[in-house]
Design a protein around this ligand. Structure first.
Ligand code: PTJ
Length: 250
């Protein structure tokens, strides 16, 4: 379907079309369409704009990614379909590895997503072969199986649209978890070290811009930014942003 740029809801409709195309090509699962609907509902509560609280979280996330020894970006179907170029750009800039890691896992879909990322500029994508896998203890979903050289060995993991179980389990293994989730009340949001509550279509381009700006900063400045961030406090700020936005309607 072609959507006119003049349509008042162009961005939202175009985003849905990307997911539908991703679904038709086997990158996105049907459950991913449902998950996006839940995300959209929370995006409404933000007024579909990035609140200041999310910018603060993005800055802390970049500080952690730039200070990491082995940072990894975990990619699922929705992420690949919505922001393929920017996620590859971010991985190059930091630099961080890319690992396909799926909730609804099949080797064929992992390989499809890896090829899609490569067509969008990635040179190496982990997680798309059955060898070199290890299991994260305490995860019931297929997401427990990760690449030993990727998420398995990472100190900082960026997890867009994650499930709560794995976010908690990754924290328990001592890793720093950066989540992207429009729902500030989800278990993932609560479990992560840094949660960016915003739409992934705005978050990844903002992470790219912020990385370009923060790359010249010293290690001690990056440490100071990361350690002054408090996720619990910031999530409370996001909720206040949502309430304030809704009060504007009454
Ligand atoms: O590709 P797979 O097999 O790994 O499956 C991916 C989905 C998304 C289906 C899987 O991870 C899943 O079931 O996710 P959830 O638990 O339904 O959704 C995860 C969170 O993502 C929810 O809290 C949503 O609010 C949030 N979300 C959905 N769309 C967006 C979003 N957050 C940011 N940006 C979005 N566009």
């Amino acid at each position: 379907m072609r959507i006119s740029h003049n349509h008042p809801r162009f961005i939202s409709l175009e985003t849905r079309e990307r997911l539908v195309r991703g679904f038709q090509s086997g990158v996105v699962v049907s459950q991913g369409l449902i998950a996006h609907g839940r995300g959209e509902a929370f995006d409404y509560l933000l007024g579909e704009v990035t609140p200041e609280s999310s910018r603060v979280a993005t800055k802390a996330a970049v500080a952690l990614l730039l200070s990491a020894k082995n940072p990894i970006i975990s990619v699922n179907g929705n992420t690949a379909a919505l922001v393929p170029r920017d996620i590859v750009r971010l991985s190059r800039l930091i630099p961080a590895g890319l690992e396909v890691n799926l909730f609804h896992r099949s080797l064929a879909r992992e390989q499809r997503i890896a090829s899609f990322l490569k067509r969008n500029g990635a040179s190496q994508v982990l997680g798309a072969n059955s060898s070199a896998r290890i299991r994260i203890p305490g995860v019931a979903s297929p997401r427990r199986s990760v690449d030993a050289k990727g998420i398995g060995d990472a100190d900082v993991v960026l997890v867009p649209l994650e499930d709560g179980d794995r976010a908690e389990a990754l924290r328990k293994t001592g890793k720093i978890v950066i989540a992207i989730d429009l729902n500030p009340m989800s278990r993932t949001s609560q479990a992560a070290t840094v949660t960016i509550v915003d739409n992934i279509i705005r978050v990844i381009p903002e992470l790219v811009r912020m990385t370009l700006r923060m790359k010249p900063l010293s290690k001690s400045r990056l440490n100071a930014i990361a350690s002054s961030f408090d996720n619990e406090r910031n999530l409370a700020r996001v909720m206040k942003d949502m309430i304030r936005y809704m009060q504007g309607w009454t």
